[in-house]
Design a protein around this ligand. Structure first.
Ligand code: BMA
Length: 307
């Protein structure tokens, strides 16, 4: 198979061993460029099993990570849905509000769901509460509105099955017009669950979706990565979807950890040349690693996989 995702030789870039305070795992980060830095909002799991979010920042997005000495966002006990921790953030800059939207999994005793926080500075955080009921994960917003509406991609679980859905809202509070965007594909590598990885990536040819696909094998689920392309103006229209996975667990740190055989992309930034992306992915619910991928390689592959 043609390998378009290229691992960084210094992987994993962040791990519990390199963290500023004791923790069990550092993984599944949201990523964004802010103030001349790449900010990673990392999911940190402590020894009670709950997760919170902490910023690590770097000028080039690859080396010399400055890790905050203390948690950036702890679960807020005034918000019932955060009782069991907060996890797996995705970050989008909302062009009309000029604010960063952090969509994250808040773990309520009733199950995981997607909540929203807005921020302008990554110091003051405005909690907007839950967007959709449980069980739902892997949510991210598009940076722009379509026909006056915000658009959310997310992954509810229905009868144990997980398809990727798309929903619309006029105000970020009321959500509707729910539709399945990318279903699981029976018999294939992404047959049991699929979920959004990084927030949608805008290109001249449409929005690239990097997603994870799960197949339950006799022993464990395997998390691999596929690509899809959505229409530029009408994102619920799927133009292409790769038949094969494009990235899969291979290295030791992608095969063994708190979980086994998991690569879980959650964020990206453009490299300085704007042609390549730095993809941040969680590995086995324990560390964070980087892969590089060029936008044109992804688009060329998607052109061969039109629907
Ligand atoms: C998913 C999420 C992720 C996790 C992944 C692999 O359901 O809970 O946080 O990384 O499973 O265990």
């Amino acid at each position: 198979m043609e390998e378009i995702f290229k691992r960084y030789e210094g992987n994993p870039i962040l791990s519990p061993e390199k963290w500023t305070y004791p923790c069990n795992a550092v993984f599944n980060p949201g990523a964004i460029e802010f103030n001349g830095y790449v900010y990673l909002l990392c999911r940190v799991e402590t020894f009670d099993g709950y997760s919170h979010l902490t910023i690590a920042k770097s000028k080039d997005g690859i080396t010399n990570w400055e890790i905050s000495e203390k948690p950036t966002l702890l679960p807020d006990q005034n918000f019932d849905e955060e009782k069991w921790g907060i996890e797996d953030p995705r970050i989008t800059y909302l062009e009309d509000l000029k604010k960063y939207a952090i969509t994250y999994v808040s773990f309520s005793p009733g199950g995981p769901l997607i909540s929203l926080i807005l921020t302008s500075d990554f110091k003051n955080f405005e909690r907007k509460g839950a967007l959709v009921p449980p069980e739902d994960k892997d949510g991210a917003l598009f940076p722009k509105k379509f026909k006056g509406k915000y658009v959310l991609i997310h992954r509810p679980i229905i009868r144990g099955e997980g398809h990727i859905w798309i929903s619309y809202s006029p105000d970020l509070i009321h959500w509707g017009e729910h539709k399945i965007l990318l279903p699981v594909r029976p018999g294939m590598w992404d047959c049991h669950r699929v979920g959004l990885g990084c927030p949608p990536i805008e290109t001249e040819d449409g929005w690239i979706i990097i997603y994870h696909g799960i197949r339950f094998t006799a022993s464990i689920p395997i998390y691999r990565v596929g690509l899809a392309l959505l229409d530029k103006e009408f994102p619920e229209k799927v133009i292409a979807r790769t038949k094969d996975w494009v990235f899969a667990p291979e290295k030791d740190y992608e095969r063994i950890g708190n979980a086994i055989n998991v690569v879980f992309p959650t964020g990206y930034v453009f490299k300085k040349d704007k042609k390549e992306l730095i993809i941040y992915y969680g590995t086995c619910d324990r560390c964070i690693a980087i892969a590089f991928v060029s936008v044109s390689d992804m688009l060329n592959l998607l052109k061969k996989n039109k629907i």
